[in-house]
Design a protein around this ligand. Structure first.
Ligand code: SAM
Length: 412
């Protein structure tokens, strides 16, 4: 027992030495490690890594890479529904604000299972950024019913009926924990946007991602947060081309404030633009920030995270395989039951056929018997007729004798 700490210490030292040997020798190597971590993370968050099945109401029953790439299905297990292209865009823009030193935090309004926010936090982590917060804003109970009086564009909205869109705060936190990214650099704003966003303790924002689907949700977020977006910061509108109410809110907001955004397309669904720099500030921002060499400690930390992520990936893959097996086994069980029933019915039919054969045989035998009896009767009739018509004394005498007896019996 007393040797254990020593052994443990030695084991840790060995690990440290092995890990130290892996430390990249130049910036390129370091960047490639960071890219691997973030790529693995993205694949995980979208569910591509384990070909995560879609939720049944979203259409296809099997994993469809094209749908998932364009964020057009709802994953059953994965952490975001925005798809591969919009998630990658989020990473690029997050890295861009880091590289360009655009001041401020990052926020998503409308997070569902939290996958997009987890990616933002992972990018900060991978770049060793410790002075920015990721804000995670949601009701954590789905979308609100339409407030058609104030926002007629939302009249008839059915989004609040989708139970699949209501993911609890605890579940979202658990998802951050799963990636070892739940810490004080992530802050949660629980409640309707109209209540939480105007009073949230948010200073400047460098990146604002809107994914609340409705006119009201988009407008509430724009009103409260766009003024806080730093010049050169990014605003992303997830549903711009698929939810007309969302596009209408963006157009109304920009028109009433004289904003003429230079909209950039992402994947045919989402768009973004960069808030223009004001006047002389442009020159300040023209110098791009030099990437700093990370410390050995942060590299080791990133290694540890990658190992953890890979282990989690294996667990998830196994879960996905088990789930798929279940889906295969279920129909198989039905098939087995059906096969058993069919063979029972076949047995019954064979039995019935056998009984019919026996009955047919009995009928045939009885018909033979009837035929034989008819023949015997016919023969007997002929014999009686012969007797009655005979002229021979030997036959006619007893017949006459019998007839007389019968007549007498009748007279009595
Ligand atoms: C389409 S989902 C977001 C998808 C998410 N961005 C992702 O990465 O998968 C919409 C989310 O917006 C939230 N939401 C919409 N309108 C809201 C509002 N007015 N207040 C609070 N939450 C809202 C819903 O609860 C839901 O989680």
């Amino acid at each position: 027992m007393s040797h254990q700490p020593c052994n443990q210490g030695r084991a840790e030292a060995v690990c440290r030495n092995e890990a130290t040997a892996l430390i990249p020798h130049n910036l390129e190597e370091w960047q490639s490690i960071r890219d691997s971590y973030l790529e693995l993370m993205q694949s995980f968050l979208t569910g591509v890594i384990c070909r995560d099945l879609p939720l049944i109401p979203s259409g296809s029953e099997t994993f469809d890479l094209e749908l998932r790439e364009n964020g057009l299905d709802w994953p059953s297990q994965a952490f975001t529904m925005i798809g591969v292209k919009r998630l990658n865009n989020l990473r690029i823009l997050t890295e861009s604000i880091i590289e360009d030193k655009v001041p401020g935090d990052l926020i998503e309004t409308g997070v569902w299972r939290g996958g997009a926010c987890i990616l933002m936090r992972a990018v900060l982590y991978a770049h060793n950024i410790t002075d920015r917060t990721v804000w995670v804003a949601d009701s954590f109970a789905g979308l609100p019913p339409a407030n058609a009086e104030q926002y007629p564009e939302d009249a008839g909205s059915e989004f609040h009926k989708y139970e699949e869109l209501a993911v609890s705060l605890e579940e979202v936190k658990e998802n951050f924990r799963f990636f070892d990214l739940l810490d004080e650099q992530t802050k949660f704003l629980k409640g309707w946007f109209k209540d939480t966003l105007p009073t949230a303790n948010i200073g400047k924002l460098a990146l604002l991602r809107l994914d609340g689907d409705m006119y009201e949700s988009t407008m509430d977020a724009l009103n409260a947060l766009y003024p806080k977006l730093s010049p050169n910061g990014y605003i992303i509108i997830d549903d711009y081309h698929v939810v007309p109410e969302c596009k209408a809110a963006v157009s109304d907001y920009c028109r009433t404030r004289g904003i003429e955004p230079k909209i950039v397309e992402i994947d045919g669904v989402g768009v973004y633009w960069r808030k223009p720099l004001e006047g002389k500030k442009k020159s300040e921002h023209s110098v791009r920030f030099q990437v700093e060499e990370p410390s050995n400690e942060s590299i080791l930390h990133l290694y540890k995270s990658m190992v953890q992520l890979s282990q989690n990936a294996i667990i998830r893959l196994n879960q996905a395989i088990a789930e798929r097996d279940c889906r295969v086994v279920e129909p198989n069980q039905h098939q087995v039951k059906n096969d058993r029933r069919v063979s029972e019915l076949k047995q019954l039919l064979a039995e019935r056929d056998r009984q019919i054969e026996v009955l047919n045989q009995t009928v045939a035998e009885q018909e033979d018997e009837v035929m034989r009896l008819n023949q015997a009767l016919a023969e007997k009739n002929i014999y009686i007729a012969e007797i009655l018509s005979s002229t021979s004394w030997r036959i006619s005498y007893p017949v006459r004798f019998l007839k007389n007896i019968l007549r007498r019996v009748k007279c009595i």
